[in-house]
Design a protein around this ligand. Structure first.
Ligand SMILES: [Zn+2]
Length: 181
């Protein structure tokens, strides 16, 4: 019953939006796309007899409520804030500093005291609300990405098997999936 990611075996997966005509047709026979919330792998799975309600939330990743400090630095702004929720692909930061949509920042996420911060080399500001900005992780080294997966996995209480190759970025075509095993 529990759906698992074929790549990292985590059960922390979420229904993804259907892309293209083929996936529209497949959904008629209960084959749906899913996105692993830890390793970002996108895959199709047969869920016989299951019908999903139309999703209103366009977000690919579910964010988890947290509270830890972050240091950010960009060409215009350097400062500190508090991460209030996070996924493997993005996070929200509570800060009083002004940002613009599209600003690019380096982030140092101090998720655990006494441990070096997780470094996001490039993150882009995607949404701005009073006192909070939403940033998408654009460039993260494999090592830091693995730490990010572990952190999110721990927070949701899911164990993951280490992935032997870097995960496919969510924006890239899912062509590498066939050779992953
Ligand atoms: Zn996975």
């Amino acid at each position: 019953m529990a759906l698992r990611c074929p790549l990292c075996e985590s059960s922390y997966v979420r229904r993804a939006h259907r892309k293209g005509v083929l996936e529209q047709l497949l959904s008629a026979v209960y084959v749906y796309p899913f996105r692993c919330q830890l390793c970002t792998h996108r895959f199709l799975s047969l869920q016989w007899g299951v019908r999903y309600a139309r999703q209103e939330d366009p977000r690919q990743y579910e964010r988890i409520g947290v509270r830890f400090p972050v240091q950010f630095s960009g060409p215009q702004t350097t400062g500190k804030g508090i991460v209030t929720d996070i996924s493997v692909a993005d996070c929200a930061i509570e800060t009083s500093l002004p940002f613009k949509q599209g600003d690019v920042l380096k982030l140092e996420l101090s998720a655990k005291t006494g441990r070096p911060p997780i470094i996001v080399a490039r993150a882009a500001v995607r949404s701005i609300r009073p006192g909070t900005v939403g940033v998408q992780f654009v460039e993260v080294s494999d090592q830091e990405q693995a730490r990010l997966h572990r952190l999110v996995g721990e927070m949701v209480g899911v164990w993951i098997t280490p992935v032997s190759h870097p995960p496919v970025p969510s924006t890239a075509p899912a062509a590498m999936e066939e050779h992953s095993r």
